[in-house]
Structure formats: structure tokens, C-alpha cells
Design a protein. Structure first.
Lengths: 443, 208
């Protein structure tokens, strides 16, 4: 949770209500005197009394406002916070104008004679580091005779972590690593599935002796009936998979192709390509880490040190934060040398493949012997608002992109579009197999 | 028509179409949220009404007050102008000018001093000024929390509890006589009951 620094209100100044009370109260009193009508003077008495009351109780100390407790609601796609008002004695009304980027502002006039909090929230599916809740605040006193100038509190910065979806079967790298894990490796050791039956050697555990085979083999030897050669059952050792998530954070584009130029505002309830990439990477990372495997992250947009593969629940949080803070910044430099990845790792590349960089790296890794999956994170597009020119440009871009994906498949990279993995339980392995079947079907 | 003419005409129409599309694109850049409105920030407050509704109530009370003492077209034009100023610019002396206008009209209507309209006007003119003050400086579409009416309502009753007996005292002192002595008392009691109901229904929901 984050909070903005507290903002103190300015000095109290007279408002236009004072003029109304003075003109009304004194005007009626004078009118009554001039006309010799006491009832007209009495008509102004409530206004004078109200002015006196308000003047006696007017505040002198400045108030305070702070935006605090900004957090991501795990149950709904909302970000919530509290606006805490600390008005001085004599304050009565607070006007709040609460805004947030890509949201319409709301104006609320609330009773604030004492400390109170006003809950505020915004909807949206966008993830990453964002700013929320800019509050413009103004207070008026009892009778609204004095008021403060508008002061601004917030915004607060919050890192919205990507949501994860349950995943079913996951693909594995060709070579597993480590001395223990949750998958059967091709190495002999203490595991589950049977590898073979071999003669007993020093170091083998006695409980691994297969007495049935030993007796059968003993009956065939030179001295039938005597136990000469013991045989043991050898099983496959378990090992863990190393998965490297390669995030292409250089693009962050929405569904509406007319917004790709960067002039128009993206709708907060439509996920961009980077939001989809974050969700896909987070879902896959969570699934692998829960299976006991190791996951690392490489960000193609930033050439800093990658997140090394590791396992565990704390590492999942590190992965989530790495994904959430990956944003396009400035002009991305071309990658001269492919980032180093562990040998035998499964590489999953998340990109829109709108240029050659990510696809080139994926093909290079594939040639180096890695198993590489390419997850296409381009959202389903909306061309309704695009001009003819924009539609024509997109057609050219789309043709180049389709060629790129076809070249990837030819190079041996398995490709899948994240939004095509429909259903509550997205199954990456089944999605890949379906794509493979689709490709192999004769046309 | 020659081929060159046809090509020139086609080129001109294409240029016009391109220009129109550019115009549309420019308009779209400056109003990006027209096709799908952006969501609004949600503020969790107690029961509320829009500020324009409070302003409408203010105008209604002002017109009702004026109807008691206004006779003739010209006085109505004047009083409606003052009401318009009060409603359009509540953060100004409009409500005070309205009160003075009502005072003038009270005299001009030929009503006897300290007759029953005075007691009604004491409450309604005060109410117009209080409501006008509450909405001063607030955007018309802002949400007005109903709990805001509790403290001004209590203050209104307290001031009326002093002003109505003051009017009665004035009637006695000036010898005007009290034609309907029960009216201010009944009105005061009614206001107390109204304020109590308002306090029970609104105060607990929105206060604090």
C-alpha cells in the first residue's frame, strides 16, 4: 500500500456568501429603518444571526488531506484507496475532485466537520506501474462564509501486479536439470518410474533388490538354486525444469489500431499487448514454480541483468514484480548478442512480433538447441475507428508479421496466440498441440 | 471527356475524400473517448443528490416566497431576475439582493406589518440564503452528500427559534397585534420534527 504526502490547506478567505449575508441582513435592516417598517428589519434578522454565528465559529487552522492505502483489490479488477480528511474545528463542507489517468473525474461535496475518510476506486485491467487518484480539495466553514484555496493531494504510484490464470499441462524442456525435482529425467537415480534391472553393485540399496528376478537368474547359472548374483531395480531420477521467460516489453499497443500512433488515449478496460504478455508470463511462471521448477526472466526492452532462474514462492513475487515493472522506455536499442540463457532451458518468448528482433532471437535460440515457444500477445484487433490510411498501413504490417511467424515455425519454434487459448483453464501444451495439428493438416 | 480529364476529376475527388478523412481524424484525436466513454472514478459517500437538484429546490423555495408578496408583471420580472442571479451565481450577493427585493415587495404589496406572510417569509428567505450558501462554489454535476444538510438544518432551526419569537415580540411592541399567534409555533414545531427525521435518516449514513 502506498500513500501520498499529506497536503496542508491554505489560509481561510472570505467567500461570496459573506456578501449575500451582509447585503441581505443590513439591507433589510436599513430598508426597515428608512420605510419605518420594523417587520422588514426583522426579516433580515436570520441573516444577521447566521453571519454572527459563522463569524464566531470560523476556523483558523489549516486542514489536511492525504491519499492513502492504495491497493489492488484481489477480488475485482479495481484499485482502491482512501482520501483522509483532517479538517480543523469550524469546518463544515469539503469539495473533492478526484481524478485518475484515463478516467473521468468525479466531484463530491461531503460533510466534513471532523476527520473522515472517503473511499475511492477505479476500474481497469491495465497492469504495471501506474499513477492513481489525484485529489483537488477545498473546504468551507460553518455557514460557508470562509473557505480555503484548492490544494492538490496525490497522485499515488502503485504497481499493479498481473493476474494469473490456471494452466493445465505445461511443456517441458528437452533436458532436465538438478538432482531432484518433480519430473522424471533420463538419468538413473532415486525416482519413480522403472529404468531397468541391473546386477547389484556396491552402493545399491538393499531395498532395491528385485528378489523375483534374482531367483530366476540364479536358477539359470552354474549352480542352480544358490543365490550368486543379486539384481536391483533401477528407477529414473527426478529433476526440475529450467524455464526462461523472454518478455518483449518494447511494445505496448492496444486493440484499437488507431491508437498505435500514440496520440489517442488507451481505454483502461482494454488490455494492451504488454498487459497480455504480463498475464501470460505470470500465469506460466506461477504454474512452473508451483510444480517445483525454476523460472528466470529476460526483458528484451531493458539490457540490465536478467532475473536468474530460481524456485519458490518468494521467487514468484520477484518474477511478478519484474514483469509488472517492465515497460517500454525511450528508444529500444537493438540486441547485438542474444541474452545468455541456461543450457537446456525451455525458452518462452512473449512478443507481438511486429519487428524482427524477438523472432530473430527465438530462431537463434532454437538453432542453438533450445526448445523455444513463441507466445503471440497481440490482442484481438479493432479496426472500426481506423482511417483508410491506417487500415492500409496495418495490412502491410500484418503481412510482414504473418511472414515472420511463418518463418519462426519453419525454424522449429512452436507458436501459440495467448488469446486463442480459450476457456477457464488454459492449457499451453494442448494449445501448442492443437496448433501443430492445424499446421500439419493438408490444405 | 478525355482520359486526362477523367483522371484529373478522379484525382480531385480523391483529394476531397482524403481531406475529409483528415478532418475526421483530427477531430478524433481531440476527442478520443467519444466512441466508448472512459469509466468514472467512484467515490464511496453516503446518500447523495446532484448539486443541480439542490439548486432547483432553492429556486423553487424562492419562487414560492415571491408568490406570497408579488403582484403584477413588473414586480415578477424583477423578482425572477434576482432569483436567476441567485441560482446562476450562488457564490455572490445574489441571495442578499433577493432578500432585499422580497422586503421591498412586502412593503409594496400593502400587507399589514407583522401579518402572517412575515413569519413564512422569515423561514423561506432564510432557507434560500442557506441553500444558496451550501451550493456556492460547487459544480452543477457534483454529488451533494445529504448528510451535508444536517448541521445547516440544525443551525437553521436554532436561528428560526430566535427570529420567529423576535417577530412576535416586534408585533407586540409595535402594537400591530398578532393575528395568527399559533402559526409560527406550529411552523417551528413542524421544522423541528422535519429536522429530527432528516437527522435520523441521513446523519447516520453519511456523517463520518
Amino acid at each position: 500500500m502506498t500513500a501520498s504526502p499529506p497536503q496542508t490547506g491554505g489560509p481561510w478567505r472570505a467567500t461570496g456568501t459573506v456578501a449575500a449575508l451582509v447585503v441581505g441582513g443590513l439591507g433589510l435592516a436599513l430598508l426597515g429603518l428608512l420605510l419605518g417598517r420594523a417587520d422588514v428589519s426583522v426579516l433580515g434578522a436570520p441573516l444577521v444571526l447566521g453571519l454572527v454565528w459563522a463569524a464566531l465559529t470560523r476556523p483558523t487552522e489549516p486542514g489536511e488531506v492525504v491519499v492513502e492505502g492504495a491497493h489492488q483489490d484481489p477480488d475485482s479488477a479495481r484499485v482502491r484507496a482512501s482520501v483522509r480528511l483532517e479538517p480543523p474545528a469550524g469546518s463544515e463542507l469539503a469539495l473533492l475532485r478526484v481524478g485518475s489517468p484515463s478516467h473521468r473525474t468525479v466531484d463530491v461535496a461531503v460533510a466534513a466537520p471532523r476527520s473522515r475518510t472517503v473511499g475511492v476506486s477505479v476500474s481497469g485491467v491495465r497492469t504495471g506501474r501506474q499513477r492513481f487518484f489525484s485529489v483537488v480539495h477545498r473546504e468551507t466553514s460553518v455557514g460557508q462564509v470562509v473557505g480555503t484555496a484548492a490544494i492538490r493531494a496525490g497522485p499515488v504510484t502503485l504497481t499493479v501486479l498481473p493476474r494469473t490464470r490456471p494452466l493445465g499441462h505445461l511443456p517441458l524442456p528437452p533436458r532436465l536439470q538438478g538432482l531432484t525435482g518433480s519430473h522424471d529425467s533420463r538419468r538413473v537415480g532415486d525416482g519413480g518410474d522403472l529404468h531397468d534391472i541391473a546386477p547389484f553393485t556396491p552402493g545399491d540399496r538393499l531395498r532395491r533388490i528385485d528378489w523375483r528376478v534374482t531367483l530366476r537368474e540364479s536358477g539359470r547359472g552354474a549352480r542352480p538354486g544358490s543365490l550368486t548374483d543379486l539384481h536391483v531395480r533401477r528407477s529414473l531420477a527426478t529433476a526440475d525444469a529450467v524455464v526462461t521467460l523472454v518478455l518483449d516489453s518494447r511494445d505496448d499497443i492496444g486493440r484499437d489500431i488507431s491508437t498505435w500512433s500514440g496520440y489517442a488515449e488507451l481505454h483502461p478496460e482494454e488490455a494492451t499487448s504488454l498487459d497480455i504478455a504480463r498475464e501470460a508470463a505470470a500465469s506460466i511462471a506461477k504454474a512452473y514454480l508451483e510444480a517445483g521448477d525454476r523460472v528466470g526472466v529476460v526483458d528484451l526492452g531493458h539490457h540490465h541483468r536478467p532475473l536468474r532462474p530460481a524456485g519458490g514462492r518468494r521467487h514468484l513475487l520477484r518474477v511478478m514484480h519484474t514483469l509488472a515493472t517492465a515497460t517500454p522506455s525511450g528508444r529500444a536499442r537493438p540486441v547485438v548478442r542474444p541474452p545468455q540463457v541456461p543450457s537446456g532451458a525451455l525458452l518462452i518468448v512473449f512478443s507481438t512480433f511486429l519487428d524482427d528482433q524477438a523472432s530473430g532471437l527465438a530462431a537463434t535460440w532454437c538453432r542453438h538447441g533450445h526448445r523455444v515457444l513463441a507466445v503471440d500477445v497481440l490482442p484481438p484487433l479493432d479496426r472500426g475507428r481506423a482511417t483508410t490510411g491506417e487500415r492500409n498501413v496495418y495490412r502491410v504490417v500484418d503481412i510482414a508479421r504473418a511472414d515472420r511467424l511463418w518463418e519462426l515455425e519453419r525454424a522449429g519454434v512452436e507458436t501459440v496466440a495467448w488469446h486463442e487459448l480459450a476457456g477457464d483453464e488454459r492449457t499451453l501444451a494442448i494449445g501448442l498441440a492443437a496448433r501443430a495439428r492445424q499446421r500439419s493438416r493438408p490444405r | 471527356m478525355s482520359v486526362a480529364d477523367r483522371a484529373r476529376r478522379a484525382s480531385a475527388s480523391a483529394r476531397v475524400a482524403l481531406f475529409a478523412e483528415r478532418l475526421v481524424a483530427t477531430a478524433r484525436i481531440w476527442s478520443p473517448s467519444k466512441s466508448r466513454p472512459l469509466p468514472r472514478v467512484v467515490a464511496d459517500i453516503g446518500p447523495w443528490v446532484p448539486v443541480w437538484l439542490v439548486t432547483a429546490v432553492t429556486a423553487g423555495v424562492a419562487v414560492a416566497s415571491a408568490a406570497i408578496v408579488t403582484r403584477g408583471t413588473v414586480p415578477w420580472a424583477i423578482v425572477l431576475a434576482t432569483i436567476a442571479i441567485t441560482v446562476a451565481q450562488p457564490d455572490g450577493p445574489g441571495a442578499g439582493i433577493f432578500a432585499v427585493t422580497i422586503g421591498v415587495l412586502l412593503v409594496a404589496s400593502g400587507t399589514e406589518p407583522f401579518a402572517w406572510p412575515l413569519y413564512v417569509l422569515l423561514a423561506t428567505v432564510h432557507l434560500v440564503v442557506v441553500l444558496s450558501a451550501l451550493t456556492s462554489g460547487l459544480p452543477r454535476r457534483a454529488r451533494f452528500e445529504l448528510a451535508l444538510l444536517v448541521a445547516p438544518g440544525r443551525r437553521f432551526l436554532a436561528v428560526q427559534a430566535v427570529a420567529q419569537p423576535l417577530a412576535l415580540l416586534g408585533a407586540v411592541v409595535t402594537g400591530a397585534g398578532v393575528t395568527l399567534p399559533w402559526l409560527p409555533v406550529a411552523a417551528g414545531l413542524g421544522l423541528v420534527v422535519l429536522a429530527w427525521r432528516l437527522d435520523v435518516r441521513v446523519g447516520d449514513d453519511g456523517d463520518g
